[in-house]
Design a protein around this ligand. Structure first.
Ligand code: F6P
Length: 327
């Protein structure tokens, strides 16, 4: 069977995630190996609408696999919800005779890719990238492993001060709707407690828990997922002080978790996903997302809006953490 794809464009959209560059590199080089011309779109869907497209070659993606961020740059672009704006993107792609588009991003970016495929004959495939690891339909998203290692390194460093000064810390990590990041670094970092969006633990419940400890713990660490209020740990700390007069210093790790050198795992998964994105397009797939589970890439539907974010359901992790943190 002849390959129906002659030209593939690739873009990154939404929040950056370490490993995106390895994904772009894999798309470009797999395309070239199969006689397909690869194109790079700068600045996500906005750049697509504004015709920021250039032809890529082997060299264009040299020396990027070890870099965080995205060499193609990224944007959040709400205007893409408008069919007239999307039509401009279709026109640009057709003008370049591009048959297929690979989108590296999260839920919002995939909605754009889905609508684009439904509105035109452009074939689209999504590669899931977010440090939150919260996209429905895939147990793993690019960037998660690097982010949890970055956050863990921060916690280990904070622990030095926590121990030396016998002072407690609230360490705030990212995670808007899901606690995968918070739970993993809490467990691996020996946190006394982990607050995740799924359980919506109130400050009162946290205070009750701290007060119910059999012995006074000093130098302990509580991991707080930022949920939908980045910086919420400052208020939590004030409330603890007011209620039970115990000091908790606050460290918000913030965007340090989104950058930096991707880990082996993220580079490997991104390479597999990028390769498979091209292969699935060549096999006639479109309007789909790549998933990854235990060394295997699969193709699945883009997540629906109704499905929401993937959330942490493994209660055993809490049980284990409770035992290991020695309350
Ligand atoms: O990439 C996901 C995420 O890191 C969330 O955990 C966080 O709430 C959000 O991005 C913050 O993104 P920004 O500051 O780019 O809006």
């Amino acid at each position: 069977m002849t390959n129906p794809i002659k030209k593939i464009a690739v873009l990154t959209s939404g929040g950056d995630a370490p490993g995106m560059n390895a994904g772009i590199r894999a798309v470009v080089r797999t395309a070239l190996a199969n006689g397909i011309e690869p194109y790079g779109v700068k600045n996500g869907f906005q750049g697509l609408v504004e015709n920021e497209i250039e032809k890529l070659n082997h060299q264009s993606v040299a020396n990027c696999i070890q870099r965080g961020g995205t060499i193609l740059k990224t944007k959040r672009y709400d205007e893409f919800k408008d069919p007239a704006v999307r039509q401009k993107a279709v026109d640009v792609l057709q003008q370049h005779e591009i048959d297929a588009l690979v989108v590296l991003g999260g839920d919002g970016s995939f909605r754009g890719a889905k609508l684009l495929a439904e509105q035109s004959n452009i074939k689209t495939v999504g590669i899931p990238c977010t440090i939150d690891n919260d996209i429905m339909g895939t147990p793993y998203t690019i960037g998660f492993d690097t982010a949890r290692n970055t956050a863990l390194t921060a916690i280990d460093r904070i622990r030095d001060t926590a121990f030396s000064h016998s002072v407690n810390f609230l360490v705030e990590v990212m995670g808007r709707a899901s606690g995968f990041l918070a739970m993993d670094v809490g467990l691996a970092g020996g946190a006394e407690f982990v607050m995740i969006p799924e359980l919506a633990t109130s400050t009162e419940q946290l205070i009750e828990r701290i007060s119910s400890r059999s012995r006074m713990k000093l130098g302990s660490i509580i991991v707080v997922a930022e949920a939908d209020e980045a910086g919420r740990s400052f208020n939590i700390s004030k409330d603890i002080k007011k209620a039970i007069d115990i000091d908790y210093k606050v460290c918000v790790i913030g965007h340090t978790q989104r950058g930096g050198t991707p880990t082996v795992h993220d580079r490997k998964v991104a390479s597999l996903m990028g390769y498979n994105a091209v292969k699935f397009l060549m096999a006639g797939q479109s309007n789909k997302m790549i998933g990854y589970d235990d060394e295997v890439c699969f193709v699945t539907d883009f997540p629906s809006i109704e499905a929401g974010s993937r959330t942490l359901t493994n209660e055993q992790l809490f049980e284990i953490n409770n035992i290991l943190c020695d309350i």
